[in-house]
Design a protein around this ligand. Structure first.
Ligand code: ZN
Length: 287
């Protein structure tokens, strides 16, 4: 990369300058300015060319930096794909924990991944903030409510240890409510943290990445149930993928809003049927 940059810089400054010299040092030296016969033309021309060349140089450096930072995140290798359902951008998600399902000593381990995802909210561009409200005696179905509870999820074939149940009231993959169901087999406290960190990734649109390198993403597969995988916070690639995903979510919502306005205008002149709500919950099993 450095060699490529040096070549580009060399080429930029070796091009023919306004005085006709190919020598960059002479071109930039004070003496070369003195020998110019028409300084009123030379100076603006020189400044224009310098600005143009430094702009190109800046572009090259910016691109190189971007490649260095984001080039490491390759979907399927270091980064999970996105496209799962997600909470609405800029939403505040009320988190409840089903009190009968967890011990008091579990609380800190359940809240840790929530805090870790909140810590990168600005970087992800989602604007989604999870706020722990308190215990609940039953799963909740209110708008923007997330309940963490236990339930039989694990089977020997699929080996899923957690499950995300969710529902989209507007059928637009924006979640209205969600339940993170943790199998009773997951008792290790660190494994609980890892499981919630993974499920919150699904809550923000990330998909599983079983082919990703170990510790490159929280969306990796758990090799063994109830054994911690040391992933309690999103990685830089997770953050980058959520950011890209939410950029698409926002554009999709804008398109839907425009179509809604257009159809509203049409309905002013046409008779239509009353919409019927589909209240069938969608259950999406994820490990
Ligand atoms: Zn998963």
């Amino acid at each position: 990369m450095i060699a490529v940059l040096m070549t580009c810089v060399r080429k930029l400054f070796s091009r023919r300058n306004p005085t006709g010299s190919r020598d960059a040092r002479k071109f930039l030296s004070p003496q070369s300015f003195v020998v110019s016969r028409d300084t009123s033309v030379f100076w603006p021309l020189l400044m224009k060319q310098l600005i143009a060349r430094f702009t190109i140089l800046l572009l090259i450096l910016t691109t190189a930096y971007a490649q260095q930072v984001f080039g490491q995140c390759k979907v399927g290798k270091d980064a999970p794909p996105y496209g799962f359902w997600s909470w609405a951008p800029q939403s505040r998600i009320k988190v409840y924990i089903l009190s009968a399902d967890f011990r008091d000593s579990d609380l800190a381990f359940l809240l840790k991944p929530i805090q870790n995802w909140n810590a990168v909210m600005e970087q992800t561009g989602s604007g989604v903030r999870f706020e722990y409200v308190g215990p609940t005696s039953a799963p909740l179905y209110c708008e923007n409510c997330l309940t963490i509870l236990r339930g039989e999820v694990y089977d020997n074939v699929k080996r899923h240890a957690t499950e995300l149940k969710t529902y989209s009231a507007h059928h637009d993959r924006i979640m209205s409510w969600a339940h993170i169901v943790v199998d009773p087999k997951v008792t290790n406290k660190e494994a609980l943290t890892n499981a919630i960190a993974h499920e919150l990734g699904h809550n923000l649109g990330l998909l599983d990445c079983y082919s990703c390198k170990p510790k490159s993403t929280v969306m990796n597969k758990f090799k063994t149930i109830n054994v911690p995988n040391e992933m309690d916070a999103p990685t830089a690639c997770d953050v980058a993928q959520v950011r890209t995903g939410y950029f698409e979510v926002r554009s999709s919502l804008k398109k839907v809003a425009v179509r809604g306005k257009q159809s509203a205008k049409q309905s002013e002149v046409e008779d239509g049927e009353e919409p019927v709500d589909d209240d069938t919950p969608i259950v999406i099993r994820k490990p």
